[in-house]
Ligand binder design. Structure first.
Ligand SMILES: Nc1ncnc2c1ncn2[C@@H]1O[C@H](COP(=O)(O)OP(=O)(O)OP(=O)(O)O)[C@@H](O)[C@H]1O
Length: 222
């Protein structure tokens, strides 16, 4: 059962460079909810996610659309960066340069789950788009938070692998808010679906009450 409110917006409007993108958004997301954000490209999903993330950045494992991976570093180091706040600066420096066995095994376990363990010592610019996306997911998983926010976190993966990893990510976090393009995945794996259209909330449903044809209307005339 969902618990206390974790993220709240009341009549929020928000824009970029004087252009209003989100209009009069009111919503509450509670601890324990798994929420999919759906809607056409440009509807405002990423903007809404970043607004929610700013309410509690330290509590959230964020997997943004622009992965923000550092090509000068290895996959190991990029994933390890997700856990920087868990350890002291000195400990982090040592582990980034010459990983201790325990940390190396921890990061390797995350990479193994994502199917990129053999790429642990490659840099992201030597990886495919789907592999890069898995490194970004690994970095979010290694943050070890109870809340996950993802912006199309499995969009570059093949459908089967994307679904498996989405299931894994949802299992690893108590609360999740994920912008996702696939209405099928949204309806199958999330408790609640919030649809955005033209910067406004078009619908906010419990997944169990929703049929796919209703969800598809979000994309009509977009
Ligand atoms: N940094 C920015 N500066 C200016 N405009 C922006 C910026 N980020 C987004 N926008 C604009 O805000 C609107 C909403 O964009 P947003 O990325 O939130 O939509 P989205 O639903 O996540 O789209 P997509 O599914 O394509 O990722 C778009 O018109 C976009 O051009």
């Amino acid at each position: 059962m969902p618990g206390q409110a974790m993220f709240q917006l009341t009549g929020a409007s928000f824009g970029h460079d004087d252009q209003l993108v989100l209009h009069d958004i009111s919503l509450e997301i509670r601890d324990g909810e798994k929420v999919a954000l759906v809607g056409p490209s440009g509807a405002g999903k990423s903007t809404l996610l970043s607004l929610l993330w700013k309410q509690q950045p330290d509590a959230v494992a964020l997997c943004p659309q622009e992965s923000g991976l550092v090509d000068l570093l290895s996959t190991y180091q990029n994933i390890y960066m997700g856990g920087l706040s868990r350890f002291s600066t000195l400990y982090n420096l040592i582990n980034l340069i010459r990983p201790w066995a325990a940390r190396r095994e921890e990061v390797a376990r995350v990479a193994r789950t994502l199917g990129i363990e053999e790429k642990l010592w490659n840099s992201p610019d030597q990886l495919s788009g789907g592999q890069r996306q898995r490194v970004a997911l690994g970095r979010a998983l290694y943050r070890n938070k109870s809340v996950f926010m993802g912006d199309e976190p499995v969009s570059s993966l093949d459908p089967e692998q994307g679904e498996q990893l989405l299931i894994h990510v949802l299992q690893q976090h108590t609360t999740a808010i994920v912008a996702i393009h696939s209405p099928e995945l949204a309806a199958k794996h999330f408790d609640r679906i919030i649809a955005l259209k033209d910067g406004r909330i078009f619908g906010d449903w419990q997944a169990a009450e929703l049929d796919l044809s209703t969800l598809e209307t979000v994309y009509q005339d977009a």
